[in-house]
Design a protein around this ligand. Structure first.
Ligand code: AMP
Length: 404
């Protein structure tokens, strides 16, 4: 065991984006067996007028401050200030480690890793695979390494959980040389699926051993087919664009559209990237909002069409993943929309009677954990917790390292 774990301490979990840093601080006690969240927060608007906010576990605000004046030198000074704030708040709880959500682990990282200089270089070499997120993930790790010498840092990947997928799920119908160069399906939201697989094992072990589709429906949405808790197939692929239409991302398209847009509309890579990541999905189709709540409340036909399109594609993917799994034993909804939107769950499930799924609409409206009608396959709402998964991995890795 890492000697640091013999005393209670704090563990910082970071999710660094291009204009925001989201974080959760956990208390680690009982030699790493007890991991409990203390507070979560974010620094938003980095690069324009940064704002810092923190809430405790029951949602009570602990701080809300403008950090605009400090927002002059990129992410590094803000991260250092964030850690200084945590230390002031928890003077008696030493910082044990930092766990990072890293979007891409490429073909090589199948598990979380303790970060070394070599690992950092490898993560940097994966930037072309995830140019919008990987640079921020890497730079947060570098800043902490430079500022807090010896602080253990653990990288946890969105892609790693999917490495168990078979060739047919991972491979595009492209020349083999391209697959060998990394043009393959990686899948994302892996930390969320891993958390759900663990939660199923703890709560309904007989279901966890079976064939389960998990619908992670949030601002980014994907679905995953699990067999005995392992990923068999997922809807996101090479990038986080593939699969169902999302808040602002297009989801799967005919690749011929890209050729057409380049040739006939003069779009280059940057313009396509902006179109597909920022202007499409629910926002693009509705012309109103990327937020499901706004669309469900709107009486404009474009809002209804966008919601219908989303639910249709989610249902279609559940059908496809059931085929990949050789049948279906249970369905799980998670993430912002999956956990909170009864109308979306209801609409999605209205397509799934042929699979043996019927909702108990009252249980669905209440947001119960088990929402299937009598005689239906089980359908669950399970809140995801990627931050906890990262904390768990960080502690496990610190234990293993030093036991070896
Ligand atoms: P996430 O990315 O998992 O944080 O999910 C964020 C998204 O969940 C938001 O953009 C909303 O569209 C959606 N959401 C959150 N609460 C609700 C709700 N009560 N009803 C419908 N959608 C919701």
């Amino acid at each position: 065991m890492d000697p640091r774990l013999s005393h209670d301490g704090a563990l910082l979990v970071l999710n660094s984006g291009s204009s925001s840093i989201k974080f959760t601080v956990f208390q680690v006690a009982d030699a790493g067996k007890d991991i409990s969240p203390l507070f979560s927060g974010q620094v938003t608007g980095i690069g324009t007028a940064a704002e810092f906010s923190v809430k405790d576990v029951s949602g009570v605000s602990l701080a809300r401050e403008s950090w605009a004046e400090r927002d002059t030198g990129g992410v590094a000074p803000l991260l250092r200030d964030l850690i200084a704030w945590i230390r002031t708040r928890l003077p008696d709880l030493p910082l044990l480690a930092a766990g990072h959500r890293v979007v891409h682990g490429g073909a090589g990282f199948h598990h979380p890793v303790r970060v070394t200089n070599r690992v950092l270089d490898e993560l940097e070499s994966l930037i072309p695979l995830a140019p919008l997120h990987q640079p921020q993930n890497v730079s947060a790790i570098r800043v902490l390494a430079e500022s807090f010498d010896g602080l253990p840092q653990i990288a946890c990947f969105d892609t790693a959980f999917h490495h168990s997928q078979p060739f047919v799920a991972k491979t595009y119908g492209l020349p083999r040389q391209l697959s060998e160069k990394g043009v393959q399906r990686y899948g994302f939201h892996g930390l969320s699926y891993e958390f759900i697989a663990q939660r199923l094992r703890e709560t309904v072990p007989e279901v966890a051993e079976g064939r389960v589709v998990v619908a992670h429906l949030g601002n980014g949405s994907s679905l995953c087919g699990l067999k005995d808790g392992r990923s068999i197939d997922t809807t996101m692929g090479f990038s986080a664009l593939e699969g169902v239409p999302m808040g602002t991302r297009s989801g799967s398209l005919d690749p011929g559209i890209l050729i057409y847009l380049m040739r006939e509309m003069g779009m280059d890579a940057d313009a396509l990237e902006h179109l597909l990541y920022q202007e499409s999905g629910l926002l693009g189709v509705s012309g109103i909002s990327n937020d499901m709540r706004v669309l469900l409340e709107s009486d404009r036909p474009e809002a209804k069409e966008a919601v219908d399109l989303f639910c249709y594609h989610v249902a279609k993917e559940i059908g496809g993943l059931s085929c990949a799994l050789g049948g279906l034993d249970a369905l799980v909804f998670t993430a912002g929309i999956g956990e909170h939107s009864a109308p979306v769950r209801s609409r999605v499930c209205s397509y799934l009677r042929f699979l043996g799924i019927t909702l108990d609409e009252d249980a669905n409206d209440r947001g119960d954990t088990a929402i299937a009608a009598d005689g239906s396959l089980p359908v669950y709402i399970i809140p995801t917790n990627e931050e906890f998964m990262i904390a768990r991995h960080a502690v496990d890795l610190m234990n293993l390292r030093n036991a070896a």
